[in-house]
Design a protein around this ligand. Sequence first.
Ligand SMILES: CC(=O)SCCNC(=O)CCNC(=O)[C@H](O)C(C)(C)COP(=O)(O)OP(=O)(O)OC[C@H]1O[C@@H](n2cnc3c(N)ncnc32)[C@H](O)[C@@H]1OP(=O)(O)O
Ligand SMILES: CC(=O)C(=O)O
Length: 530
Amino acid sequence: METRTIDLFDTTLRDGTQGEGISLSSEDKMRIARRLDQAGIDYIEGGWPGSNPKDLDFFTKARDHRFDHARLVAFGSTMRYGNTPEKDPNLMALVEAGTPAVSIFGKTWLFHVHQALGITDRDNLDLIRQSVAFMTAHDKEVVYDAEHFFDGYKDNPDYALQTLQQAAQAGASALVLCDTNGGTLPQEVSEIVRTVIGRFPDTVIGIHAHNDGELAVANTLAAVESGCRHVQGTINGYGERCGNVNLCSVIPNLQLKMGYDCIDPDKMAKVTSLSHYVSEVANVMPFDHQAFVGKSAFAHKGGIHVSAVMKNPSTYEHIEPETVGNKRRVLVSDLSGKSNIHYKSDELGIDLLSYGDKVPEIVGALKDLENQGFQYEAAEGSLDLLIRKITGEWQDLFELKGFRVIIEKNERAEVRSEATIRLLVNGEEEHTAADGNGPVHALDAALRKAICKFYPEVDQMQLSDYKVRVLNEKDGTGAKVRVLIDSQNNGTSWGTVGVSENIIEASWQALMESMAYYLQQQKITTENHS
Ligand SMILES: CC(=O)SCCNC(=O)CCNC(=O)[C@H](O)C(C)(C)COP(=O)(O)OP(=O)(O)OC[C@H]1O[C@@H](n2cnc3c(N)ncnc32)[C@H](O)[C@@H]1OP(=O)(O)O
Ligand SMILES: CC(=O)C(=O)O
């Protein structure tokens, strides 16, 4: 019976690091390798030992680690023309890497044989055969990467197949067809893969796709449908130029949609955390709109969509987000309808059942405020306050009587910020002053000072992010700005928003709502426990 099992070959640590802005230390590589092993990846290509000391160090470290599932792979080229295998530094580095498997790339395309290597057709075939044979003689499993396979095949199919023949006869366990320049189309991939499989029916054929035509996933799926059973790619699609095929998309597509067996089903729900882990270690911002695993992959914004999703999520979701470890989100904005407000209120713990008649007013207020420049998508603290104010559930915990902010700069270029604030708290007037590194810091400190006597828990929360966006650039320094503040307490975070022509006033609104939201949440928690 035809096998539906796919060998997953991850090259994040090798081809992924050829991507701009990606650099991993040998320790980073070890951490990612361990996670890939846990995720059920079959082969982990760790780097090119003949390239640099860092990769050598990684293979030395990896020798002391036992991978439960994956085979570790060291990568390199065929030997240099004119060398014998045992005198070729690259092949010897592959032997010494101490891995059970190696991957060797060789030339398929005569254009490259002549231009890049400057050798004859026959010489290239000899390099491939001798290099693979040398590695198998050292008891290595050899994955043969046929560089530029599709371009080479289109140029000269006979020669391209001869290169594979050399690798197969020398004992390669898999022949991997590389779309190195990433420009091949899915229909070409299908046709060429079928021909190769017809010629090598007993050898595992693999695919290694680059994304220059934004077709790496499509090409990989087409290759598998045409018979490839070995798939190379990287986590998050990191890789040279436009990247390699993204395994975080390929794995769910192959397994959930096409019925292939890639990883244990219980590991599928870890794909999102694997993607985020790798971006964290690589120090690359996760891409919110990434398919399957991105923060926005299951985020619904349009009112009509949210209404339908609340009736049945399948109306606007291609899979259940939890299957890949992601989660559904509903966003609020001027594109919202009543359904967004109901969904968000549930999420915020606001019971809207008794305030059904207020929901149109909330939607209207939201649209009006968004029109003024407020943005509630990432400001759930401010949204919570807006809803509670309209339902009448909200009680002001303090009332502003006024504030003043002074910024001074002296002839020694020293800058000083001071804020004074007057508030009514529980009927008592508080008048405080504080210095800060900047005006918002000073305001924050003065506000805390004024309310901490009444609400000491305010010391448990901090601002974690502050963003300003100019709303009408053409007005220059007189433009309206939107300030978004993120705050946090014990791992919980919330956003608040302020808008004004005055950046201090916009900051004040966001700052004040941040504390008001937090104190109110504390109050609700205390009431629920008493
Ligand atoms: C499609 C791919 O992703 S292949 C992987 C590409 N990745 C990398 O190149 C990253 C690691 N590379 C390196 O660290 C270095 O390029 C090294 C150590 C491999 C080689 O460095 P150098 O000896 O200084 O050579 P340089 O990088 O300038 O050029 C590459 C050489 O490899 C040769 N070469 C290229 N492909 C092959 C091949 N398949 N088989 C044998 N030799 C090859 C080139 O002809 C060139 O030789 P030349 O110096 O005689 O012209
Ligand atoms: C081998 C490889 O990385 C490529 O051909 O793209």
